[in-house]
Design a protein around this ligand. Structure first.
Ligand SMILES: [Zn+2]
Length: 320
């Protein structure tokens, strides 16, 4: 039967509070009430169609009970979505709280109960670097993962330390830019693209820089690379510049503040935006401009989030 709580527009906890309130007011036992409801089942359809939810003074109490108590326990709201696990932490003896991002739901948290037990059916399914079809049941605080079906697994990342460090870094960048319960398909696609590039063997450092710039662009903080953010003049070939992440891009040397930034660094940044990383992978990129671009994008990410992603520290350690 259709649950009256939906008609009330309230979640189930509120629904039970309402019923508990009526219990206290009326003061009769639950089982006796259920028996009377079963005996009066023929009257239920008439009660359901009624818009009256609370009995005014003088209305028989059986009328109130018919409207408030379902004959069966309410079903848990369930859903399915594609998602990737971007972070997780342990909860209690055997559970994990997962942070997932999904193309149609954005960022959300869910509990994987018993997942750390060796016998768990979910265990292998919620490992990193996989796109999962996740079945969820609505929980009190977070949704509960009831079933996991891997759709794609980036197995090649799991055995390569530097690639997996870049993959986690890309995941944290995307996770932090993704809003909760808001569809962000572009950011989701960006993360899967970064994992594809790593698995295809595109150099890790190139994927890391591409992920940073693509994330800034997709998150609405695209750095200005074509004109001075102060005077609007296009820089000449070979001209020395400044990088000012707080102003949002390049400066002439005469305007504003920021670290010195070479025209070679600017050329590499523009190439990262313009060309597919697979095309750049075929080129021999000089280390000087790569380091300049690393510093510039790192500063831009720090400026965007207010602190460095935790996975960036790990990436630095394994890159050293
Ligand atoms: Zn200028």
């Amino acid at each position: 039967m259709r649950l009256p709580s939906r008609a009330l527009g309230s979640p189930y906890p509120m629904w039970y509070r309402i019923c508990a309130y009526i219990d206290a007011v009326i003061g009769s036992s639950h089982s006796a009430r259920r028996s009377r409801i079963a005996a009066s089942v023929a009257a239920i359809s008439a009660s359901r169609s009624s818009s009256r939810r609370f009995a005014p003074v003088g209305v028989p109490r059986s009328d109130v009970m018919l409207q408030c108590y379902p004959l069966t326990m309410p079903e848990r709201r369930t859903s399915r979505t594609l998602a990737v696990v971007t972070s997780r932490f342990r909860l209690g003896e055997a559970d994990r709280v997962l942070t997932l991002i999904s193309p149609d739901r954005g960022k959300f948290k869910a509990i994987a109960k018993g997942v750390r037990k060796p016998t768990s059916r979910l265990g292998g399914g919620v490992e990193p670097f996989a796109e999962l079809e996740v079945a969820l049941a609505a929980g009190r605080t977070f949704d509960v993962v009831t079933q996991v079906q891997p759709q794609r697994v980036w197995l090649g990342l799991r055995g390569r330390l530097l690639s997996s460090a870049v993959a986690w870094y890309a995941a944290e960048l995307v996770e932090r830019a993704t809003s909760e319960e808001q569809p962000e398909p572009e950011l989701y696609a960006l993360l899967l693209r970064a994992w594809d590039l790593l698995e295809a063997g595109v150099p890790d450092v190139l994927v890391a820089r591409w992920s940073e710039l693509a994330l800034l662009d997709a998150a609405g903080h695209a750095p200005e690379l074509d004109h001075c953010v102060d005077c609007g003049r296009a820089p000449q070939e070979g001209e020395a510049l400044r990088w000012d992440e707080r102003a949002g891009g390049i400066h002439c040397m005469n305007h504003g503040e920021g670290a010195p930034f070479s025209s070679d660094g600017l050329r590499l940044l523009r190439a990262l935006r313009r060309f597919a990383p697979e095309q750049l992978a075929a080129l021999r990129l000089p280390s000087g401009p790569l380091q300049e671009v690393d510093r510039a994008l790192r500063a831009a990410i720090l400026n965007l989030y207010g602190r460095e992603p935790k996975s960036r520290t790990f990436l630095d350690e394994v890159s050293a």
